[in-house]
Design a protein. Structure first.
Length: 359
């Protein structure tokens, strides 16, 4: 790789600095972390880098060799190294898996050399960091006008919190099919909630004993030392099935969703559902992803599972989204019936439902 190409990849710019990455990984100050996240939001490169460096625990020591070879340290901005690292693994090791496991490479990176790893250093990546199932890869987002963006969801969550002083006294019937209605289950309760990246979640740590998510990881280790890919025999690659704490897995998943990477997010939510088919968090956010792909029937199924659950936390949002799915799918007979039911309640979406009826 030429120094010119390296300059293009690591071109100095106003963005995340190496110190930002280091501070983000080492600090327990949530305000500082939030400031760095906001800084990263100004650039999709910085957002991906912040995510990519999480796989290295924000250890920037791997950059020391590049410091000496190509740049003056005072001029460095290493916001793209996380992407490069992941791209390398995709190119070298995952193309065969794409054919054998009915998966598609989701990375567009093209890196000619391997960034040096220290002798005892390992990169641990999840399968979803590199590839997504072909059925998801082949989905395409609908027009922006028909999407519901993460920022809109965050705004509504905040407004719903302010709107309600008590639990809803009444919830409407849920229509799953044209001639099939049923009421929301009795004896349900509001679960303990947490907010991660301003997105609402049920805190399942209060209801499951040490919840984990079973996933596949690839471990990359060795000392390639800027070797050409074709000569990088010193790199040891190991695949393993492992259990990741649920809270860690869902946190990363909603962060990816919040960055509008709906394909990668959906693949992660489906992995959660493999372990917990009735998980409200995964069903709700996978429903939002499917909605943005125009997969309305599948989205309705996901949102309906939220209302079938023992917890009421996402009932309002799920019922509204079911109505919107029918509306966008051209089934206005059902959507108007649902909008009428919503409008007759005292819920947050009542006024919006009336607006839909008056269109």
């Amino acid at each position: 790789m030429s120094s010119n190409r390296l300059h293009k990849i690591f071109n100095p710019r106003k963005g995340l600095s190496r110190n930002d990455l280091h501070s983000y990984g080492k600090s327990n100050d949530q305000n500082l972390k939030n400031d760095i996240e906001q800084k990263a939001m100004s650039s999709s490169f910085d957002q991906d880098a912040l995510e990519g460096w999480s796989e290295l625990s924000y250890d920037t020591s791997a950059l020391q060799n590049l410091d000496k070879t190509y740049f003056q340290p005072s001029n460095l901005t290493w916001y793209l190294v996380g992407i490069a690292t992941i791209g390398i693994v995709v190119i070298i090791y995952l193309n065969p898996f794409a054919t054998n496991n009915n998966t598609t490479n989701s990375s567009n990176d093209s890196i000619d050399e391997i960034i040096s790893l220290n002798e005892n250093q390992e990169i641990v990546l999840e399968e979803t960091d590199l590839i997504v199932p072909s059925k998801i890869e082949n989905m395409h987002v609908v027009s922006e006008k028909k999407q519901i963006q993460p920022e809109k969801i965050k705004e509504e969550f905040s407004e719903i919190l302010s709107f309600h002083t008590n639990d809803l006294e009444e919830l409407p019937a849920v229509e799953l099919k044209d001639n099939d209605t049923r009421t929301i289950l009795n004896n349900r309760k509001t679960a303990k909630e947490i907010y991660l990246y301003d997105l609402k979640l049920i805190d399942y740590r209060a209801y499951r004993s040490k919840p984990t998510v079973k996933t596949k990881q690839v471990i990359l280790s060795g000392t390639p030392a800027n070797m050409e890919i074709k000569n990088s025999d010193d790199v040891l690659v190991t695949w393993k099935i492992t259990d990741i704490p649920y809270i860690d897995y869902i946190k990363k998943s909603v962060r990816i969703f919040g960055r509008e990477n709906f394909k990668k997010a959906l693949s992660r939510f489906e992995i959660i559902l493999d372990s917990y088919p009735t998980d409200v968090n995964a069903n709700f956010y996978s429903g939002l992803c499917l909605f943005n792909f125009g997969e309305y029937k599948n989205a309705i199924e996901s949102f309906s599972k939220c209302i079938d659950s023992p917890f009421t936390n996402f009932d309002e949002e799920s019922l509204w989204m079911i109505a919107m799915c029918h509306e966008n799918d051209g089934n206005q007979t059902v959507s108007k019936k649902l909008f009428k039911q919503i409008a007759d309640t005292k819920g947050y979406y009542a006024s919006q439902a009336k607006g839909m009826l008056n269109q």
